[in-house]
Design a protein. Structure first.
Ligand code: SF4
Length: 349
């Protein structure tokens, strides 16, 4: 753990580490041989592991932690239990195997030295280790099997010395983080997008407003395109509208369009919630989608600070809203738009 933390720190990766729950329980006097059964002990291991992971995730989400690394993970308990017992231990903690696997973005299995070089295996450096070399090799195989359903499983074999093994592990984790920083997985974080930014010809003048940064991002993220004005019932093309000082939305002919704009905003929020969108990227300056600026209501091309009807409603509902301008700037600074802000939970047994 120490060596890995140092290497990640040197690479500018801030990590939070969760120590092995079983070791801590055994060292505190709660062990397989003091519990009524291995099932009881593993149920307690899972409970402690879950508590620590949840706490680490909460902390990571509110700080600058890039990755949460667990010394062990929930599925390890399967190595010590029958299939039914494992299911019972998870169920007692309100989770099942699929749910347990889904908690980890990647798994790095370090093969035990007991497997390839039993003579080098020792219990001396871990007071909670109770298996002999043969048992440790068998458990190692069972642990690997326990994670075999995970879609991102890396097996790190034994090297001539442990430093090389640690280097390989660090390289794999760093590579995984580099790849996944651009990879907002399609099922995990859908983003609500102003449809015109994706090339949909839904603007008031019947044209699209494609934004390269948004289109690039959409290749990596699940996106939910919406045009609030269209879903609010307005035709395309339509007369341009602007928000007035009193909050009404009026078109260039003086017709009050407030009801349609507000209906579109409510529908956009409903769609965002239906799809579980926590973020939205909206077109700046629009009376619906403007995030930081809108036109001032005089139809003179003058822009003022303010939000469109939909952007304001999404923000009030707790959805993070970013403008297309902001996304372009971020792309200019970082080379690529950052599409995922969530921390990665990585487990390596
Ligand atoms: Fe684009 Fe939003 Fe205007 Fe629709 S309402 S055209 S999505 S800026």
């Amino acid at each position: 753990m120490g060596a890995l933390r140092e290497k990640l720190g040197s690479a500018g990766i801030s990590a939070s580490f969760i120590p092995e729950a079983a070791t801590d329980l055994i060292q505190s006097g709660i062990a397989p041989w003091t519990c009524a059964s291995m099932l009881e002990f593993q149920t307690r291991v899972i409970a402690l592991q879950l508590e620590r992971e949840n706490e680490a995730r909460d902390l990571a989400a509110s700080s600058n932690v890039d990755v949460v690394i667990c010394d062990r993970g929930l599925c390890d308990s399967h190595a010590y239990l029958s299939d039914d017992e494992y299911a019972d231990a998870l169920a007692a903690n309100g989770i099942d195997h699929a749910g347990a696997l889904a908690r980890y973005d990647a798994v790095f299995h370090l093969e035990s030295i007991a497997k390839d070089n039993p003579g080098a295996y020792t219990k001396a450096n871990n007071s909670a280790r109770f298996e002999d070399a043969d048992d440790a090799a068998r458990v190692d195989e069972r642990v690997k099997d326990a994670w075999s359903d995970h879609p991102v499983l890396h097996v790190v074999g034994n090297h001539a010395d442990f430093a090389e093994k640690a280097d390989e592990l660090f390289g794999l984790i760093a590579q995984f983080l580099a790849n996944s920083s651009d990879d907002c997985r399609k099922t995990s974080e859908p983003v609500l997008i102003s449809a015109c930014l994706l090339g949909e010809p839904c603007r008031y003048d019947g044209k699209a407003q494609p934004c390269e940064a948004v289109i690039e991002m959409a290749k990596r993220c699940a996106v939910v395109p919406v045009c609030p004005e269209v879903i609010g019932g307005l035709p395309t093309p339509r007369s341009p509208s602007e928000i007035q000082a009193d909050g009404r939305v009026v078109d260039v002919e003086g017709i009050d369009r407030t009801a349609a704009f507000e209906a579109g905003a409510r529908e956009a929020l409903r769609i965002a919630r239906e799809h579980g969108c926590k973020r939205a990227i909206l077109k700046e300056n629009s009376p619906s989608c403007g995030v930081n600026r809108i036109y001032d209501g005089s139809f003179s091309g003058t822009r003022i600070p303010g939000k469109g009807k939909t952007a304001a409603l999404l923000v009030a509902a707790g959805i993070e809203v970013l403008s297309d301008d902001a996304l372009r700037q971020e792309q200019a600074i970082h080379g690529k738009p950052r599409t995922c802000s969530r921390s990665h939970l990585v487990q390596y047994p």
